[in-house]
Design a protein around this ligand. Structure first.
Ligand code: PLP
Length: 369
């Protein structure tokens, strides 16, 4: 038996020598941050790759969320999902906004549009959905609700790099979308992130806000923050963008292999591809029905760990269960039955570009009985 660790993800790394050549350029120019040439180039290339009008790079995926809420002057209450990474709700907290949790649709894991209206109060100013696992939200219905009640929509699209519906990027939905380029994501710049916006004026304003609000040497247009990406990670990002399509194709092969085998395992369910959607295969969550499968989620999770296969229970616990949020009325588990069920039954299987056929067989052999 191979005793190599298999982790849930593995970072896509650029060719070291090519990267070194770019580092030499940076060293020679002595221009290491503050909207340098690699930063400008990566923003342009990402906008073209993602099929969006404007991209503003950030130093991680949490700060564009915080900055989007600032830029749109979102206050009061915001409707959001508990089934996500904790940064989604933390971004609201850092803006003094009260999160209002709404349950998810069990067929997608995304905010259930049918439950949004009942959670709107006079204090609601925005909706912050997440395309969880990169599966697109019902952006049309969410926009209809937002328009009816005069709400902003900010998508946490940290999982949705490159995802398209009928040839259009999901990142074009809502007022703004944010991306994370953290090492664990499909496309990474080590740490990094971005905001996607529709017009040049907004791009300009965001570029000011991510640089302390500076609009010139002596002009500060607002209480900005420092969340700029540097030249070194921009160069790394340019190289990774050239190989991300191959990485996504390799991930797709893993998903095909997993589905082929797991389709016949009683008590295990997973998501299939959706017609018309270009997926990025960022995660491969499976859900365990303890009765039918004959083993609990946590027992399977531990069995895998003992065999050095490190799945992850994304997203358990729910954000609404953390101490900061669990006192909120909307955090009551009775309000969030679908989210709780998913959180209590999920394991994300290892999913990345470098999994070998042997790795996949080793993982599956632990699940198939
Ligand atoms: C990764 C992630 C973030 C945070 O991104 P960082 O780059 O780690 O700051 C935010 N939201 C979701 C849903 C994420 O998965």
């Amino acid at each position: 038996m191979n005793n190599k660790f298999i982790t849930v993800t593995s970072p896509l790394l650029p060719d070291l020598e090519t990267f070194h050549g770019m580092l030499k350029e940076i060293w020679e120019s002595k221009f290491i941050t503050n909207n340098g040439s690699f930063h400008k180039q990566l923003e342009k290339e990402l906008a073209a790759y993602l099929k969006v009008p404007y991209v503003s790079l950030f130093t991680n995926g949490t700060l564009p969320l915080i900055t989007a809420l600032q830029a749109l002057r979102v206050t009061g209450e915001v409707i959001t999902t508990p089934y996500s990474f904790v940064a989604t709700t933390h971004a609201l907290w850092w803006n003094g906004i009260k999160p209002v949790f709404v349950d998810v649709d069990p067929n997608t894991g995304n905010l259930d549009p049918d439950k949004i209206e009942a959670a709107i109060t006079p204090k609601t100013t925005a909706i912050m959905p997440v395309h969880v696992y990169g599966k697109p939200c019902d952006t049309k219905r969410i926009q209809e609700i937002a328009d009816r009640y005069g709400l902003k929509v900010i998508y946490d699209a940290a999982h949705a790099f490159g995802v398209e519906v009928d040839g259009e990027s999901v990142l074009n939905a809502g007022d703004m979308s944010t991306l994370s380029f953290h090492a664990t994501k499909v496309y990474n710049t080590i740490e990094g992130g971005a905001m996607v916006m529709h017009d040049e004026k907004t791009k300009q304003r965001i570029d000011y806000l991510k640089n302390f609000g500076f609009a010139g040497e002596t002009t500060v247009v607002g209480p900005g923050i420092n969340s700029k990406m540097d030249e070194v990670r921009s160069a790394y990002g340019i190289l990774n963008l050239r190989q991300v399509d191959d990485a996504i194709s390799a991930r797709k092969e893993v998903a095909i292999e997993y589905r082929k085998v797991l389709r016949n395992v009683e008590g295990i369910t997973f998501f299939d591809d959706i017609p018309g959607v270009k997926h990025n295969y960022s995660y491969f969550p499976i859900f365990i029905d303890e009765q039918k499968y004959g083993m609990s989620r946590d027992d399977l999770y531990m069995k895998m760990r003992e065999a050095q296969v490190y799945g992850r229970r994304y997203f358990y616990p729910l954000i609404s269960e953390f101490s900061t949020y669990r006192g909120l009325e909307s955090a009551d588990p009775k309000n969030l039955p679908n989210a709780h069920k998913m959180a209590n039954t999920v394991i994300c299987l290892p999913m990345h570009h470098a999994l070998s056929k042997e790795d996949i067989q080793r993982i599956l052999s632990l699940i198939v009985k």
